[in-house]
Design a binder for this molecule. Sequence first.
Ligand code: ADP
Ligand code: CIR
Length: 342
Amino acid sequence: MNYPNLPKDCTSMLCKHLSPEVFEALKDKKTANGFTLEQAINSGVLNLDSGIGVYAGDAESYELFDGLFDPIIEDYHGFGKNDKHQSNLNPDDLKAPNPDPEGKFIVSTRIRVGRNVANLPLGPAISKEQRDFVESSVVEGLNTLEGELKGSYHPLLGMSKEVQDDLIKDHFLFKEGDRFLDAVGLNRNWPEGRGIYHNTDKTFLVWVNEEDQLRIISMQQGGDIKEVFTRLVSAIKSIETKVPFSYNDHLGYITSCPTNLGTAMRASVHIAVPKLAEDMDAFKAITDKHHLQIRGIHGEHSQSEGGVYDISNLRRLGITEVEAVQDMYDGVVALITAEKAL
Ligand code: ADP
Ligand code: CIR
């Protein structure tokens, strides 16, 4: 493989950090699962509008291709090669009384974590048999959950288009055919091995074998962020007694996209700030100050509708879960204050 054609105006982290020297040093390496630099960068090479543009095929990718991943991790999370990740999943440490009890601004709250099964390749390098094994063992574990977490698993295979589209539209299910995931092989054998588990109220959901092998999700209408976090923690703790997760002291929970390492947590609200959104610079000044990301309301790479935005923590590694949610909470309080003043 030759150095890829990366145009000068490409702004992704791949384009920023893949110098010809880094490329030369890494181009012939291969992890024990057979994952190469060419595969790691293919999404960003084919999708020049990527924000990041790289994925890992396994935990080893982060070590073997460190010349590329380390500067991206440092750039995105502000986390250095010798730093250690720390976890704190204690809801009592979160200071988050509902910032919008009258429900004027916050439409809904969602917190998710990514998890992958220990000692298996990540989705980009997994075989069909391994993926099917992940599905059956995760579902077996989920089927033992009790109380509020009790629910049922719905495989994508055999799901009607209508049900699938409704679940996507209502923000419960991952979308199909994502070109960023496609380019790294994450859509191979689709829809086999993929599915969604949820409780009756759809306040607790687990995506199986999408970008990560598990996405554990807690969500509900309104702005009770602490209640959403508390439910999520109880789900994570129950699931990890059944399924061993891939984790190390440096990078925390191992995920296929380097932006998700560490806590692998994205805590978001859908929030209506139509007045503030008329001045995107003022809006961005607040989100930047609180380390937040703005997305549209149909997920990553989507647009806002009716002045409603998806606001979430940007950093996930080198801060604890409580701090990640606190980033989001503090920023949301600032956004509501600014919107009220206009
Ligand atoms: P992820 O958060 O899992 O990385 P996406 O940004 O694609 O990925 O979002 C997944 C889905 O979750 C999308 O349908 C999105 O609209 C929905 N979602 C995210 N945050 C919220 C929220 N606070 N309330 C309701 N739905 C949400
Ligand atoms: C991209 O590079 O745009 C996609 N591969 C998605 C990256 C994950 N995005 C993020 O900001 N968390």
